[in-house]
Write a protein that binds this ligand. Sequence first.
Ligand code: UT7
Length: 324
Amino acid sequence: MTSIYSRITGTGSALPERILTNADLEKLVETSDEWIQTRTGIRQRHVAAAGETTGDLATLAAQRALEAAGVKASDIDLIVLGTTTPDIIFPSTACLVQHRLGANGCAAFDVNAACSGFMYALGIADKFIRSGQSKKVLVIGAETLTRMVDWTERETCVLFGDGAGAVVLEASAEPGIYATCLHADGGHKDLLYNPVGVSAGFTDEPNHGVRIRMSGREVFKVAVKTLDSLVDETLQAAGMQESDIDWLIPHQANLRIIEATAKRLKMSMDRVVVTVDKHANTSSGSVPLALDFAVRSGKVQRGQTLLLEAFGGGFTWASALLRY
Ligand code: UT7
C-alpha cells in the first residue's frame, strides 16, 4: 500500500492596513525605538481597525491561499484554524470563515494553543490527510492580539501585532510533511496567560480584565531551551540532519530567540525567515505569515526543506519538517 502524505499547495496571508511604529509607541509608554529593536528586533506592527476581526483577516488569508493553490473553496473538506482571539465565543471562527468562503458542509473547528496554534492546526490537518479522512484542508493561523493588549503596560504592549496566514494542504503521493511534533506543559501557565473568560468570569478592570500577562525573562529562557530540544526531536522524527534544512521558519516573537535556535541548528541567519521586524508577535498568525512572505518574495522555492516551529502560552510548542 502506498503512503499518503500531505503537501502545502498554496499559501496566503493578510495584515491590517494600520501600522504602529516604535516611534508611535514612544508616545504611549516610557519606551524607546532603541530598546524595542535591541531587545526584540521589532520595528513595527499592524493593528486591526475598529470592527476588523480575526475572521476578516483569516478569510482574506484563506482566499489568497486557495487562489495560490488553484483550489475552489467548495472542494475543501476540512478547516482547522488556530487562534486565541476568536471573533465571538461560538460559533468558532473556523465556522464563520467557512461560510464566508462558501465551503459550507465541511468539518471546521478552532484550535487554541496560543502562539503554537497554527503549528497545532497543521499537525492535526496532516493526520486527517494521512488517515485518508481528508483530501484538501485549509489550515489557518489568525489573531487580533492587540485587542487584549494593555496599551499602558510597556513590558507587553510593544511586543504584539495582528495578522493571519493560511495554507492549503492536499493529499499527495510524495512528501510533503515528513514529521510534526506537538507538546504542552500546563505547569507553566502563570508565566504567560490571560486570566479572564466565560467560566472563570470577567472583572471590573479596564477591558473586563482581558489582558496579556507575561513574565518575559522567564518565558524567554524556557522558550530557548525548549526550542533547542524541539528541533532535535523533529530532525530525529523525520530522519534528517541540520544540513538537510534549507529554511528555518520560526515563530516570530523575539529575534534573539530566533537567533538562538538558528545557532543550535548551525544555520546562518540568511537561511532563516525573519518577519518579526515588520509584524511583531502575531501568535498563531506568525509562522504562516512568515511562510507566505518567504514564498511570495521568492526566498522559499518548491522542493526545498523547511523547518517550522512555534512556542507560546500553555506552555505549548510544536514543529513541522516538510518539503515545500
Ligand atoms: O510568543 C510567546 C512567547 N513569548 C515570548 O517568547 C517572549 C519572551 N520574552 C522576551 O521576548 C523578552 O523577555 C522581552 C522582550 C519581553 C523582554 O526582554 P528582556 O531582555 O528579557 O528584558 P527584561 O524583561 O529583563 O527587562 C529589562 C529592563 C527592565 O528594567 P530594569 O529592571 O533592568 O531596570 C524593564 O523594566 O527593561 C525594562 N523594560 C523596558 N524598557 C523600555 C521592559 N519593557 C520595556 C520597554 N521599554 N518596552
